[in-house]
Design a protein around this ligand. Structure first.
Ligand SMILES: NC(=O)c1ccc[n+]([C@@H]2O[C@H](COP(=O)([O-])OP(=O)(O)OC[C@H]3O[C@@H](n4cnc5c(N)ncnc54)[C@H](O)[C@@H]3O)[C@@H](O)[C@H]2O)c1
Length: 440
């Protein structure tokens, strides 16, 4: 199958590469010439486990190519996947300008039947908008060419994106056109040899399903964060509570980890966008408003604990930060809670020495050169002479450190664990003071 992937970011690049991996002929388009240049030269602009190898293999087999040429991209694929960014607009609604631009590009150039597939996370009704945009571009050039629009939201997780795409829990297809459904079923057939995972539904339900999934996951996180704060006040240990409720199959263990709040490129903007959609229909989502408010407050939680212990004036102090990416196994820094922590420490006059296994280049790009912020070559280097160690991202390599060595190197024996990574008694037995989330 000839496939065009419009947008070669986290979703477009992973999806396009995995479609090529099962034998399709894939052309990935991006308007970011720098990104395409890196890809054409054999590089990979993002960190995603397993992705570089798939790209290398499929470029060599000539099943995967990259371009900035919109004409070539529109001419190539019968399936045109739109996987561009849909960031939050000022009012919280999803900014649709990239999706509309992609649709205009297709409508202005297509010469034969196309199925346009919205893979970006887009508000309910976007398929209609894309259809109207293409129809009016075709009308403007007096072209009468058949096309169909489908919704195929993506559920991959950064950090495990290749695996998620190759072995999906479900593939949601929203469509009302039989040709589109047949084409999408066949392009996804290689990813579900074990059992059927395709759920075909109407377009609006497919669009809403994606937001509902992220809203539910964000809700679980904020729920646990709020309970963790209560556990702190009550002298209970949220880790016991987590296990006590997670063992109930109606609840389950996933996404019940308290911490410094959710971040990343999806949950914050999707929780906002869903509320904006609901507001447009005079149906405010009270639970989502609370989820968002709890999350905002949670990002300051670790710092509150730190200033309670050390005072508000942190001038002359230095802090080691472990983890900058918004979660492990990615270099994505979008809405990362580490950004809030780093900036707040610097604002209070402290110095920060940060370490992350893969996100330091991205951190330099996103944070810029902030006075007082330095990067360390290893986790233990970051700790040297610091007034406290602050863990912000739960990378595997942080899980079992030498606490005695950390104690020796710290100026004050303080450990703030924003991800409840460590067993408090173990840390305390090494002579460190331990502060977790809900583990008083
Ligand atoms: N990142 C995730 O984990 C994830 C998971 C599921 C769904 N999504 C959704 O997928 C969409 C894309 O997310 P992402 O993280 O891949 O974003 P991204 O910012 O990494 O990539 C988007 C790419 O689209 C390009 N682009 C913008 N306009 C274009 C145009 N007109 N033509 C061609 N390219 C264009 C940008 O230059 C950029 O490289 C968003 O709607 C997001 O919510 C993301």
């Amino acid at each position: 199958m000839k496939i065009t992937m419009i947008g070669s970011g986290y979703v477009g690049l992973v999806t396009g590469s995995c479609f090529a991996e099962v034998g399709n002929d894939v052309l990935c388009l991006d308007i970011d010439a720098r990104k395409i240049d890196v890809l054409q030269k054999g590089g990979v602009p993002i960190h995603e486990p397993g992705l570089a190898e798939i790209i290398r293999r499929n470029v060599a087999a000539r099943r995967l190519r990259f371009t900035t040429d919109i004409d070539a991209a529109v001419a190539h694929g019968t399936l045109q996947f739109i996987a561009v960014g849909t960031p939050a607009d000022e009012d919280g609604s999803a900014d649709m300008k990239h999706v509309i631009a992609a649709a205009r590009n297709i409508g202005g150039r297509m010469a034969d039947f196309k199925v346009i597939v919205d893979k970006s996370t887009v508000p309910v009704g976007t398929a209609d908008l894309v259809r109207e945009t293409i129809a009016s571009s075709l009308a403007a050039r007096r072209a009468d060419i058949p096309f169909a629009v489908a919704s195929n939201p993506e559920f991959l997780k950064e950090g495990a994106a290749v695996d998620d795409f190759m072995r999906p829990d479900r593939v949601v297809i929203g469509a009302d056109d039989e040709r589109a459904i047949a084409l999408l079923r066949s392009v996804y057939a290689p990813f579900q040899r074990n059992h059927e995972r395709v759920l075909v539904m109407d377009l609006r339900s497919a669009e809403l399903t994606k937001y509902a999934a992220n809203a539910m996951l964000a809700t679980r996180i904020s729920f646990m964060n709020e309970l963790a704060n209560l556990a702190d006040a009550l002298g209970a240990d949220i880790e016991h509570v987590r296990q006590g409720i997670g063992s109930d199959p109606r609840i389950g263990y996933h996404f019940l980890y308290p911490g410094v709040g959710y971040g990343g490129s999806c949950f914050p903007k999707d929780v906002k966008a869903l509320q904006a959609t609901a507001r447009d229909h005079q149906l405010p989502l009270r639970i989502m408003a609370a989820v968002e408010a709890v999350n905002e407050a949670q990002k300051a939680r670790l710092l509150d604990k730190l200033t309670q212990r050390l005072g508000d004036d942190l001038r002359g102090m230095s802090f080691a930060i472990w983890g900058l990416a918004f979660k492990p196994n990615t270099d994505d820094m979008r809405e990362a809670p580490s950004q809030v922590t780093v900036r707040a420490l610097l604002d209070r006059g402290a110095k920060v020495v940060a370490y992350d296994p893969v996100a330091m280049d991205e951190a330099r790009r996103v944070l810029g050169t902030l006075p007082g912020l330095a990067y360390a070559a290893s986790p233990i280097d970051a700790v040297d002479g610091a007034d406290a160690l602050i863990v912000v991202t739960e990378w595997k390599e942080f899980r079992s450190p030498d606490f005695a060595d950390i104690k020796r190197r710290l100026r004050r024996p303080l450990l703030f664990d924003g991800r409840n990574l460590f067993e408090p008694s173990l840390v305390r037995s090494a002579g460190l003071e331990y502060f977790g989330i809900g583990r008083s």
